[in-house]
Design a protein around this ligand. Sequence first.
Ligand code: CTP
Length: 401
Amino acid sequence: MLDGRRVLLIISGGIAAYKSLELIRRLKDRGAAVRCILTKGGAQFVTPLSVAALSGDKVYQDTFSLTDEAEMGHIRLSREADLVVVAPATANLLAKMAAGIADDLASTALLATDKPVLVAPAMNTMMWDHVATQANVATLAGRGIHRVGPAAGDLACGEVGSGRMAEPAAILERIAELLGGGGPLAGVKAVVTSGPTFEAIDPVRYIANRSSGKQGHAIAAALAALGADVTLVSGPVALDDPAGLRTIHVESAVQMLNAVRGELPADVVVCAAAVADWTVANRAPHKRKKQAGAPPPVIELAPNPDILATVSKAAGLRPRLVVGFAAETERLLDNARDKLARKGCDWIIANDVSEDSGTFGGDANRIHLIDAEGIEDWPLLDKTEVAARLAARIATALGAE
Ligand code: CTP
């Protein structure tokens, strides 16, 4: 049952829009409150009147409609929902979401929302397979946007392939999962560190590690997708904050440690950040100036706290599961095993970051999961896929206790 849960359903232009009428009916049957935005394209396929009749509410159609804006701005519209569902999601709307374009009510509401978003793509198979669409879908997945479908089969355009919108029953199932507070990690508190840390040399310069944050952010999103209550503690990265979880932004290792400590107790902590091992002991309060003839300044380093080891050894506050990463350029498995013992965590995810591995900044990762029992070698996978598998493994491990 979805009693009292509020769904904002965005219907964009596709032949599959008729299935959204069925989705509204099923949602209402289960007690959900459904409010609908119908795009211009969507209104070519279903009428505002039928959407209004089924949802039992008025239909929102235009950002600049004075009455709509007066009664309910696009911001309230997107915030007063527990979940935003885009069904059908056209290639065009997915592209706008990925690019952050807000040129109509639907795309504006999607940009303004702070709620989880589920998309049900529907389009011609060539459009779905196009690299542009696939890149947009990957971008959205990295931001924690949930997706159901598309399915393969006969398409309305006469072609056969992937692109059919998921059936209303399948969409409803995902909605129930996302809204019901369900999911195998419901009630589990998770903390994930991600990205590099910056250690200031002076107000202008810093020392940092190489890290895009892609893997850590994807893990946070994957844990949230399974229903965990997730806090992501992120160093400076060029990524968006994933939807459906809380992100704390930090710069230095000490700030990262403090943020993680502030989130304990937690059930699981995943340390995916590339924390600088050293901080600058003689940090200058003002910009260091070059002086003609003077030798270059000497930067004195001091060790940073080890966040993974601190959490693993936190007396009374140790999470049930602590997962670390081992980024190695040589002797991968030996070094990783050594790290597992030295840092006291439960699992180490070992990955090869040597120059030709393509791991840094790339979208794929080949990892080995090491625990007290042994080693599991995973195939080369997209980082979002690694994250999904890891989240499922975490769910099994926590459930098995
Ligand atoms: N880590 C941490 N705090 C640190 C250093 C590392 O939490 N100050 C965590 C990382 O997030 C990662 C794991 O420890 O999960 C291993 O990081 P890595 O850089 O591979 O190991 P190091 O501790 O730096 O060991 P070494 O210098 O021997 O490679």
